[in-house]
Ligand binder design. Structure first.
Ligand SMILES: C[S@@+](CC[C@H](N)C(=O)[O-])C[C@H]1O[C@@H](n2cnc3c(N)ncnc32)[C@H](O)[C@@H]1O
Length: 244
């Protein structure tokens, strides 16, 4: 996962407004009366949100399991003169030197956790590494999106520099979406093909809320990712916040 794709990720995400996404995170901090100084960004990828938070004055650590994604994130931070600590770690085994004020996880990070035991363990560890009065903010791609929008569909983008074909298969029993991605990257007048398979699990909002409660979180809230209003049945992405 996220090997060759790491180097195409930003191109394929060019329409994602990471500033707006970061605004949402800060708005959720504000609505919950939090002014965190130290933030850990789990599954930070190429640092889309991480680097913006650093530029806005937060002391940020980005954690990801993919060395390639972290390499891209680190290079972007270096070129922008930002100080961000990037760490290669599996978030299901999260280990920090000291607790922080806020932990965030954006753009499907938790959907990549496929087993109940592992997501439970991840939330427990997050709870342990948040300071009292701390906040967890994250989004998930909804059950509706994974099962019915991406579902058993095929997507493709025929771009001159990077084209891709994206074949999906959703298993209702396991609630796991298998995404077979094929990229064609233009190199020296030819196209280089690479393939990756990604798996994401669909979670119901209610089960995430129950899990957070069981881990000791309080003041658990959900928001539509578009406008931070209460989410509806057909939202593709939902934000959550939970306090320690
Ligand atoms: C869709 S990308 C999101 C990246 C970034 N948060 C963003 O907003 O663009 C998902 C990221 O989750 C990371 N990831 C998946 N499973 C992980 C795990 N167990 N621990 C840490 N990172 C993980 C992947 O390597 C990838 O960078």
């Amino acid at each position: 996962m996220y090997q060759d794709f790491a180097y195409y990720y930003d191109t394929l995400m060019k329409n994602v407004d990471y500033s707006k996404w970061t605004d949402h995170v800060e708005e959720i901090f504000r609505r919950n009366g939090k002014q965190p100084k130290t933030v850990v960004d789990l599954a930070c990828g190429t640092g889309g949100v991480t680097n913006i938070l650093a530029a806005r004055g937060y002391q940020v650590t980005g954690i990801d399991i993919s060395e390639d994604m972290l390499f891209v994130a680190g290079e972007k931070a270096r070129k922008s003169g930002l100080t961000v600590s990037y760490v290669c770690q599996d978030m299901t085994e999260l280990t920090l030197h000291r607790p922080v004020d806020a932990i965030i996880c954006m753009c499907d990070g938790f959907n990549y956790i496929l087993e109940d035991k592992k997501i439970e363990r991840t939330m427990q560890r997050i709870f342990r590494y948040l300071n009292p009065g701390g906040i967890l903010v994250f989004d998930i791609s909804t059950y509706y999106k994974l099962s019915s929008v991406l579902g058993d569909n095929t997507m493709a983008d025929n771009d001159k520099e990077i084209s891709f074909i994206w074949l999906n298969n959703f298993d209702k029993k396991t609630r796991i979406l298998e995404m077979n991605l094929t990229f064609f990257k233009k190199e020296n007048g030819m196209y280089r093909r690479s393939d990756e398979t990604h798996f994401q699990r669909a979670y119901y909002n209610e089960e995430i809320v129950t899990l957070l409660e069981e881990c000791g979180f309080s003041d658990i809230k959900t928001y539509s990712a578009n406008d931070l209003r209460p989410p509806g049945k057909r939202n593709h992405r939902v934000f959550f916040s939970a306090a320690t």
